[in-house]
Design a protein around this ligand. Structure first.
Ligand code: 1GP
Length: 253
């Protein structure tokens, strides 16, 4: 069943054409710096804040970061967990994701089985998503024991994405890895967009408005950026990037 956060994301995509989500890695921030980052991102019309990283975070710190962001912004906070330790009851929703090209059943279904009852008890809205690691893959690829799909094999990414849709997942995420030297290539985004009917998320290594706009033209519905928000003095870049994705759009909350 589609819940209010999913509804909000879909409606924002409908209205704006494509949307931007800001990723905050709890390991790289303090509670107070995370709320400042989120505040700036919201003022630039990012649609929601994602919180998660590729290695482990103390639950206590994760809770503090999310509470601080929640006090500051009105847009939703969506967990982007790499394990059950990435779950916090203070968020609004969670990407309920399976790493489709992992060689380890734990990242396909194991962690999800362990986390499901916690998600229910906390009242987090699950957003079912197929996660596909491509190219360099970065830390997420190593930690998730993925065999990343090479950039020159867009057709392989496309059939992974189609399998996600046929499983009933409602989003697909093409992940190049945080800080990737080269973001997901346009032919790969085009091939995936052509074959699926569910929203396509693209992230990893996107550093400027023109890269974001090209990804959107090729069919990305949601662009995720992390590094450009976290690094010092990135804020002009972030504004340029959000504007390039959905030019002239109004605030969403
Ligand atoms: C990583 O796709 C996200 O999971 C964001 O990547 O940090 O390179 O923007 P960047």
């Amino acid at each position: 069943m589609v819940g209010p956060i999913e509804d909000y994301l879909l409606d924002s995509i409908r209205r704006k054409g494509a949307i931007h989500l800001t990723l905050i890695d709890p390991e790289k921030v303090t509670a107070s710096s995370s709320s400042k980052l989120a505040e700036v991102a919201e003022s630039y019309n990012t649609t929601a804040i994602m919180v998660g990283g590729s290695t482990s975070t103390l639950t206590n710190h994760l809770d503090k970061v999310i509470k601080a962001i929640k006090r500051t912004v009105e847009i939703p906070i969506i967990l982007f967990p790499n394990n059950v330790t990435g779950i916090s009851k203070h968020a609004d929703a969670i990407w309920f994701m399976s790493l489709l090209n992992s060689m380890d059943p734990y990242f396909l279904i194991g962690a999800q089985v362990l986390g499901a009852s916690m998600i229910k008890r906390y009242g987090l809205e699950p957003l079912p998503m197929g996660y596909i690691i491509v190219g360099e893959g970065g830390t997420a690829g190593i930690v998730g024991r993925a065999v990343p799909i090479p950039y020159e094999k867009p057709e392989l990414a496309a059939v992974h994405a189609l399998a996600a849709e046929y499983f009933g997942m409602r989003f697909v995420y093409l992940e190049a890895g945080s800080g990737a030297n080269t973001p997901v290539p346009i032919p790969m985004i085009t091939a995936v967009n052509k074959i699926i009917n569910i929203p396509l998320i693209v992230g990893g290594g996107i550093r400027d408005g023109s890269q974001a706009a090209s990804a959107v033209s090729a069919g990305a519905d949601i662009i995720v950026t992390g590094n450009i928000t976290e690094n010092a003095g990135p804020q002009k870049k972030l504004k340029e990037l959000v504007d390039a994705i959905s030019p002239g759009s109004e605030g969403t909350c």
